[in-house]
Ligand binder design. Structure first.
Ligand code: HEM
Length: 341
């Protein structure tokens, strides 16, 4: 991917103007939580795990009378998932990963997100399953959200390479048009409601990624089941950083880092005025280095389309809406978002 980072001009951040303070992990959809020592404590250890012995248990034996049976990290994660009881992750009904590739892919992502540290992967998987049991993200996909608060703010788009069914030949985008917010206080003021809407958008994107129909496992280095994300900050007033924005972004980043690991391909922050470069500089303090490499701030959203020249979907950039440099229809026409009423 040939993304060109345009670093906004950094400036000294006035502490009170910074969004999302105290965030240890990165957004979501995404990623590996950082272990940066700069993190402050109110966002607990996203995928960090409590000390546990399992990291050394790459193999374990079962009944002493039986011949030693190797239990792989994937098998151990599967055993854990079964014991936890919640039946699905990202809409995939979990089943024995020996026979069920989609489950194997998801469990492998938890290992990848934790650099193969099994104890940490187990901890993150447990937390995800508990969170899904409590939050019921699949129900949020059909829930109707307030049109007044969320209209025009989030879309999912999908682009396919004609004639190919390979996962590499499909690109899924989530678009967060935070610049389109009508009232920051209304949209971000009810944190639970905002988070539900944001989760609904993410689950819609996961449906398009369609891990359920995967037939080829992923590895630590080769995983096509990831998506692009775009934040568009066009026209937003940056003059006053609302405390609602701070808490909404902090909580979203935390929840997503915990529950949607290894789903981000690249993330673009477009139409970021140069004067707001400090926000980006600040946010990076709380994001894992591995994830920062995937971030691309751009002052002009119209340049977005040229970033996708290496995609297996040919002429991908042209398929984007015109305001992002493509020739495609507007997001409102080609994209799909959470249900609104
Ligand atoms: C008032 C303006 C802003 C609003 C409403 C806003 C909103 C948000 C929200 C809700 C998130 C949570 C993650 C998500 O939804 O995917 C987020 C994350 C983030 N925002 Fe903003 N933001 C604003 C300004 C900015 C600016 C000016 C920048 C500079 C580039 C920026 C960079 C970031 C970064 C780097 C993240 C972390 C993303 C991640 O970890 O994946 N934000 N923002």
């Amino acid at each position: 991917m040939s993304a060109t980072e345009q670093q906004p001009t950094p400036a000294a951040p006035p502490a009170e103007a910074l969004p999302a303070p105290s965030v240890e992990a990165t957004d979501a959809a995404n990623t590996t939580a950082t272990t940066a020592t700069t993190a402050t404590p109110d966002v607990p250890d996203a995928p960090e795990a409590p000390a546990a012995p399992a990291a050394t248990e790459a193999t374990v034996t079962t009944d002493a009378k039986e011949p030693a049976v190797e239990s792989t990290p994937i098998a151990q994660l599967w055993a854990l998932a079964k014991a936890t009881g919640h039946p699905e992750i990202w809409g995939v009904t979990l089943a024995d990963p020996e026979a069920h590739v989609p489950t194997r892919i998801i469990l492998q992502k938890y290992l990848n997100a934790n650099d193969a540290d099994l104890a940490k992967a187990k901890d993150q998987l447990t937390k995800t399953l508990e969170w899904r049991a409590k939050t019921k993200p699949l129900e949020l996909v059909t829930k109707a959200f307030s049109k007044a608060k969320f209209d025009g703010m989030g879309y999912v788009t999908k682009y396919l390479q004609e004639g190919s069914t390979e996962p590499e030949s499909k690109e899924v985008f989530t678009w967060n048009i935070y610049g389109g917010v009508k009232s920051i206080d209304d949209t971000f003021g009810n944190l639970e409601e905002f988070l539900e809407w944001r989760v609904a958008l993410m689950e819609l994107a996961l449906q398009q990624l369609d891990i359920s129909s995967a037939t080829k496992p992923i590895t630590a280095d080769d995983d096509p089941y990831k998506m692009f994300q775009v934040h568009d900050y066009k026209s937003i007033s940056f003059l006053r950083q609302s405390p609602h924005v701070k808490s909404a972004s902090a909580e979203t980043i935390k929840v997503f880092a915990q529950n949607y690991p290894e789903l981000l391909k690249e993330k673009f922050f477009v139409n970021v005025p140069a004067i707001m470069g400090f926000v980006y500089t600040f946010m990076k303090l709380f994001v894992a280095a591995k994830t920062i490499k995937k971030f691309h701030p751009m002052s002009n959203g119209g340049n977005l389309a040229v970033e996708f020249g290496e995609s297996k979907v040919s002429a991908l950039g042209e398929k984007l809406p015109a305001n992002y440099g493509g020739k495609g229809s507007e997001l409102g026409e080609q994209g799909k978002g959470p249900v609104l009423e």
